[in-house]
Design a binder for this molecule. Structure first.
Ligand code: TPP
Ligand code: SF4
Length: 331
C-alpha cells in the first residue's frame, strides 16, 4: 500500500474560498471557451505547487506547448498519446526511489496525469488499468471533450450518440453515423479495480467547487485514483464559446453525464436530479444547443431520451453497470 504521508486537504466551501494562486496561467493557445483548459487550471490550483504533471498528446499538450511557451508553472512532462497511465507510474516510481535513496526530501509530491478521451478511454485504457492496479500515489484525470479534438474532431468511444464528427458525417442513407452509446470509463475502471479507493466523474464548473473538491479528495485519499471530467468544446460541439459552462451544466442536468464518486466501494451521487423538485431536464434541451446535433430528427431525440431514462431507472450507477445495490469492494 501507499507509503507517502497523506495530506489532509481542506475542503473548499464556496467559490470565494478557491485558492487565488494560478499554476496554469497565460501562455497557452486553447480555443476561447475551452472547458478542458478550465479543467487543467482547476486541478493544479487545488493540488498546489508540490505537484508534477504528465500530459498525453492531445489539445491540452499541443495548444499548451507552442515553441518556448507554456502555461504550466509546475514541472510538466509530455507523454505519448495512450501512455498516461504508464507515465504516471514511472514518475511516481522515480520519486519514490529518489526519496528512498535520500536524494530528495521525503514529502508528499502529487503525481497527476491528464489524458483526453481518446488517449485515456480508448488507446491508453490498458496503461491506466495497470496504474490503478499499482500501489503508487497518483491521480489520472481523463478530460473528455468527446472527440479527438486536436486532430480535427474525430469520434472516439466517448462521443455522445448521434453526434456529427469528421468520422461520423450524417448522410441521406444513414442520418446517424455515431451509433455507439458513450463508453462508461469511470464505471468500468471502478468495477474492474476493487482496490482503487477513489473514482469520480466531474464537470469543471458545475456544481461550483465540486470538481475541485473531488481532486482534493482523490489526492488526500491517496493510492492510484481516477477522475473523468466532461468538458464542453466550442470547436467540436459547435456553439458560441460563451456558453461552455452552461452547456456542462445542461449535460449534467439532462442526466446524460451522471455525476458521482465511488469512495472505497460506496457510490455517492454528487448531483442527483431525483432529489430535486424539477427532475432531469429533457435531453433535447441540451442537444439542440450544439451544432453537432443539428441533423437529428424528433425520433432520434426520443430514442436518446429513452436510453437516458433507462440508464437512470434501471441501472445502479447511471450508464455504468447494470447492477442494483451498492458496490461492496473494500481494500
Ligand atoms: C500513436 C499516435 N496516433 C495518433 C496520433 C495523432 N494524434 C495526436 S493528438 C490526437 C487526438 C487525441 O485525442 P484526445 O486524447 O481525445 O485528446 P484531445 O485532442 O481531444 O484533447 C491524435 C489522434 C499520435 N500523436 N500518436
Ligand atoms: S478544440 Fe476543443 S478541446 Fe481543443 S483547445 Fe479547442 S475548445 Fe479546447
Amino acid at each position: 500500500m501507499s507509503t507517502a504521508p497523506t495530506i489532509d486537504y481542506e475542503k473548499i466551501k464556496g467559490v470565494h474560498k478557491i485558492p487565488l494562486e494560478e499554476l496554469y496561467t497565460s501562455g497557452h493557445r486553447t480555443c476561447q471557451g475551452c472547458e478542458s483548459a478550465t479543467t487543467m487550471r482547476g486541478f493544479i490550483k487545488v493540488a498546489g505547487s508540490r505537484t508534477v504533471v504528465t500530459g498525453a498528446t492531445g489539445c491540452m499538450y499541443v495548444a499548451n506547448t507552442s515553441y518556448l511557451t507554456t502555461p504550466w508553472i509546475v514541472p510538466w512532462m509530455h507523454t505519448q498519446l495512450g501512455a498516461g497511465g504508464s507515465s504516471a507510474v514511472g514518475m511516481a516510481a522515480g520519486l519514490r526511489a529518489l526519496k528512498r535513496k535520500g536524494k530528495i526530501k521525503d514529502e508528499k509530491i502529487n503525481v497527476i496525469n491528464f489524458s483526453g478521451d481518446l488517449g485515456a478511454g480508448d488507446m491508453g485504457i490498458g496503461g491506466i488499468s495497470a496504474a490503478l492496479q499499482s500501489d503508487y500515489d497518483l491521480l489520472i484525470i481523463m478530460y473528455d471533450n468527446e472527440s479527438a479534438a486536436n486532430t480535427d474532431i474525430q469520434a472516439t468511444g466517448l462521443t455522445t450518440y448521434g453526434a456529427q464528427t469528421t468520422f461520423t458525417p450524417p448522410g441521406t442513407k444513414h442520418p446517424i453515423m455515431q451509433r455507439r452509446w458513450k463508453k462508461n470509463v469511470a464505471g468500468m475502471l471502478a468495477v474492474g479495480h476493487p482496490t482503487c479507493r477513489y473514482v469520480a466523474t466531474a464537470c469543471a464548473t458545475f456544481p461550483p467547487t465540486d470538481y475541485l473538491n473531488k481532486v482534493r479528495k482523490a489526492l488526500s485519499i491517496g493510492g492510484p485514483t481516477f477522475i473523468h471530467t466532461y468538458d464542453p468544446c466550442p470547436k467540436g460541439w459547435d456553439y458560441h464559446p460563451r456558453y461552455s459552462n452552461e452547456l456542462g451544466e445542461f449535460g449534467i442536468k439532462s442526466g446524460l453525464y451522471p455525476l458521482y464518486e465511488i469512495v472505497e466501494g460506496n457510490v455517492i451521487y454528487t448531483w442527483d436530479a431525483r432529489k430535486t423538485g424539477k427532475g432531469r431536464i429533457p435531453v433535447k434541451d441540451f442537444l439542440t444547443k450544439q451544432g453537432r446535433f443539428d441533423h437529428l430528427k424528433e425520433e432520434h431525440f426520443t430514442h436518446i431520451q429513452k436510453m437516458v431514462d433507462e440508464m437512470w431507472d434501471e441501472w445502479e450507477i447511471p450508464g455504468v453497470a447494470p447492477i442494483k445495490g451498492i458496490l461492496k469492494a473494500r481494500i
